[in-house]
Design a protein around this ligand. Sequence first.
Ligand code: IPE
Ligand code: IPE
Ligand code: MG
Length: 236
Amino acid sequence: MPVDFEVQSTLHVGIIMDGNGRWATGRGLPRIMGHRAGVEAARRAVEAAPDAGIGILTLFAFSSDNWRRAPAEVDALMRLMAVYLENETTGCAARGVRLEVIGRRDRLDAKLCSAIAQAEAATAAGHRLWLRLAVDYSARDAILAAARGLRELSRDALERAMGPPVDLLIRTGGERRLSDFQLWESAYAELVFTPTMWPDFDASALAAAVREFRGRERRFGSVPQVPVYRQQAWLD
Ligand code: IPE
Ligand code: IPE
Ligand code: MG
């Protein structure tokens, strides 16, 4: 019997934006310059996403484990994220981008918290692209928090409490690991790892990753879809 494949109306792409530090040090620059270039790459990816057929874009900006970095780098990242949100809010609202920040808020400074609240409120009506920025985010903590919020723990209830499933997960910077990003949501994500450092990742690289995704066969535990006439031939 032909298999009824799940039809995705919106493509959810998650990106682990890695390699800013190496991009900078490779050029004899301080790591923070890599983060600045990384912000530009994020801006480009958000702009290119709708044309690449992406409906939901989840960008990993700062992991809960990134607090382990030197305070000066952490401070710079926090400032950059606040400036990014302040600068991008108007453009996102105009382009129909709904911006949401996922992750813990209680360890972020007041300036970043208010930039987040402002950006989320100003872009709430956007329906062209749902942009989710993961800040102080840990997938393990997100699963725990969602489970704790349930009255009764079941797989369906937890599924509903988590974010949308990731279709395509891209990691730049050459590492082949998930580093605590979207662990539940990526159960059947297609993985694309690229050696390109995040600041060099552009619209054509994003389009190429989506093309690679389109060429993959997703089976969700089932078997390849077989045309009906072939099945008949086997039966004869
Ligand atoms: C990704 O780039 C940005 C963050 C994790 C905040 P990195 O800063 O991890 O860059 P590399 O991996 O050291 O090159
Ligand atoms: C993952 O990158 C987090 C972000 C891209 C924000 P890391 O550079 O922190 O991951 P590891 O330490 O190499 O696993
Ligand atoms: Mg890294």
